[in-house]
Design a binder for this molecule. Structure first.
Ligand SMILES: [Zn+2]
Length: 177
């Protein structure tokens, strides 16, 4: 069998073997690949893969509202975990960036501190006056090998009481004078 024999077989649907075939070679209008299709009128000329892609796209469009609703439901139910994960991701990323760009980080940090000076001082004051967790932890970590974030909560509560007592003592001392 020669190549031209195969070609003519494809065109006529009659193979070199002689018997009639019910399939024809078609060219897919989307991807241009030749493929076999049933020999009948009004047959879809697209290849299987292209047609499947179109079907999937259509079903995605049809189910878009449903999918959006279920995604929103998932986000609502797992809001805390999602937020924690994104915060953690952001923190890790920032730390890496800071390590890679120490000079830029320093400049930007100073610029930020200068721009938001009043707000930052106000926050510091509020935290000190209200004996917030952050403030108490900083006080504990000052002479400790632990970082503020590593200090256990019971110790924070204890230190808070201690600071309250100290303030009370100071107050009574100044009022006595
Ligand atoms: Zn195709």
């Amino acid at each position: 069998m020669t190549t031209s024999a195969i070609d003519s077989a494809s065109q006529t649907g009659v193979p070199a073997g002689g018997h009639y075939v019910h399939r024809l070679v078609r060219v897919c209008p989307d991807c241009g690949v030749e493929h076999m299709k049933r020999k009948q009128k009004n047959v879809n000329p697209r290849c299987f893969k292209c047609q499947r892609r179109i079907n999937q796209k259509n079903s995605e469009i049809r189910n878009a509202d449903k999918r959006r609703a279920s995604q929103a439901k998932y986000r609502e139910e797992n809001r805390t975990a999602i937020n924690a994960r994104s915060r953690e991701f952001k923190r890790t990323w920032m730390n890496e960036w800071r390590k890679a760009n120490p000079t830029t980080a320093l400049i930007r940090g100073r610029a930020f501190a200068q721009k938001h000076r009043d707000r930052l001082l106000q926050r510091q004051r509020t935290e000190r006056e209200g004996l917030s967790d952050t403030y108490v932890k900083e006080q504990l970590a000052r002479y400790s090998i632990l970082r503020p974030s590593e200090i256990p909560q019971p110790l924070v509560a204890l230190k808070r009481e201690h600071l309250k007592l100290k303030r009370l003592c100071k107050k009574s001392r100044t009022s006595a004078n």
